[in-house]
Design a protein around this ligand. Structure first.
Ligand code: BJW
Length: 230
């Protein structure tokens, strides 16, 4: 039975209406990386960081999963083998599309984290720096998101999945951010067939055996249909 491991990035949610990071009009055209996605940026100006994520939380709640999210959920339900989705995205469109075996390696907008005692709780729609931690009561709330210089979540489990993969697929990710950008190399080392879905070849595109160029809603749906037909 074939094990399929799928890495997704911002491109899979783009057709739902969520901005990517590195597009010309993407998030990094409007915000400085060091201001909003680093622990140092949060220390300097926590309100700016909470506002950045409050806006993105509201945006994510206002959109719907697209055909690519639904196709991956159908693959998981109907494929005669294991399907695991690892997402770098912090939105909940995979869950709302029906995917169950899912890892949020960069955290989720739905989570709050205490910067002092590391207690976790569900994030309100609008987070404010005055919000006390429900456990230690310090007003040090932050989103439960992995910033640059922090360790992505569940790495040991993710590497275990990668070493067991028969097929490794990356969808809508630019291949600029590690460790996710290194997953294709891990999967190849383990003997997996590798396929990249993107509008263009990514920064690590040369490492993939196969490319499907085009919008994910179309290319991923076609691929899932072809896998389920065999
Ligand atoms: C479509 C489409 C459509 C559009 N259909 N496709 C030097 C060398 C190597 C590493 C480092 C280095 N210096 C520092 C590092 C480490 C650093 C890093 O990688 N830096 C690089 C910038 C060089 N990484 C870290 O710090 C990470 N932690 C870490 O490494 O810990 C140590 C460790 C050691 C050993 C093992 C393991 C770990 C943490 C990284 C945290 C990333 N955080 C962010 C922000 C937080 C989340 C959030 O707010 O949402 O995560 S940055 C941002 O980039 C976000 C994303 O998840 C991530 C990836 O972006 P993604 O998804 O690829 O989006 P885009 O916009 O870049 O690309 C979209 C793609 O979609 C494009 O290709 C489009 O073409 C495509 N597309 N429409 C198909 N319709």
């Amino acid at each position: 039975m074939t094990k399929i491991v799928i890495l997704t990035g911002a491109g899979i949610s783009a057709e739902s209406g969520i901005e990517t990071f590195r597009a010309e009009d993407g998030l990094w055209a409007k915000h400085r990386v060091e201001d909003v996605v680093t622990p140092e940026g949060y220390q300097r100006d926590p309100k700016r960081v909470l506002d950045f994520y409050n806006e993105r939380r509201a945006q994510a709640a206002s959109v719907e999963p697209n055909a690519a999210h639904f196709a991956l959920a159908r693959l998981e339900a109907e494929h005669d083998g294991e399907v695991v989705v690892i997402t770098q995205n912090v939105d909940d469109l995979h869950e709302r599309g029906g995917t169950q075996a899912l890892y949020h390696m960069h955290g989720a907008l739905s989570g709050a984290l205490c910067a002092v005692c590391h207690h976790r709780w569900p994030a309100p729609m609008q987070m404010a720096i005055e919000d006390p931690c429900p456990s230690c009561e310090t007003p040090a709330t932050r989103p439960d998101i992995v910033w640059f210089g922090e360790m992505p979540y569940e790495m040991d489990t993710l590497f275990d999945h990668l070493t067991q993969a028969d097929i490794f697929v990356a969808i809508g990710t630019s291949g600029n951010v590690y460790p996710a950008a290194g997953f294709v190399a891990e999967a190849r080392k383990a003997g997996a067939h590798t396929i990249e879905f993107n509008l263009e070849k990514s920064a690590v595109g040369n490492q993939f055996a196969e490319h499907r160029i085009g919008p994910a809603s179309q290319t991923v749906t076609d691929w899932v249909n072809s896998i389920l037909a065999t």
